[in-house]
Design a protein around this ligand. Sequence first.
Ligand SMILES: [Zn+2]
Length: 175
Amino acid sequence: MPGTELDIRPVTHITTDAIGQPGKRVFYLQGWQDERTITLIVEKIQIQSLAVGYEQFLAELQEKFPDLPQAEANFDEEKMRIKPPVDPLFRVGEMGLGYEADNDMVILVAREQLPEGEDPESGSIVRFWCTRSQMRALCRWGMDVAARGRPICPQCGEPMDPAGHFCPKKNGHKH
Ligand SMILES: [Zn+2]
């Protein structure tokens, strides 16, 4: 069965957020089109790589189109919180970036993660059409959210669970 293809063109707003206990948070990507929301499940690492990749992407655009105004990264934290209902369409396997120069729009393409061996063509795709600034705000905010997880143990550098932390450094050595 072929998957659905969805173009949110353009998004009124796009954001990411994490819900759940530290260490067990689930990350979401959410695009708004007026009152309608499209929500997908992502991994924290996907948001982090997107943020890194997007800065590279912007640098390349700037080289190709030197007259483009700088993309803004400002965001209003209140507005970046995910909007219920959180009813994800699918879990994202791959994300890619595209650019439409005529309208100065960035396209964030999210492909559904499929079980091993399944035809990649059968997965669903969502394309979020955003401004360069909307996308940059998403990335900056996403980096913040990703960093707001569990506190890092100063002894071993591993994240500490709220329920307790078994520190390999403390078990191994007595200081
Ligand atoms: Zn530790």
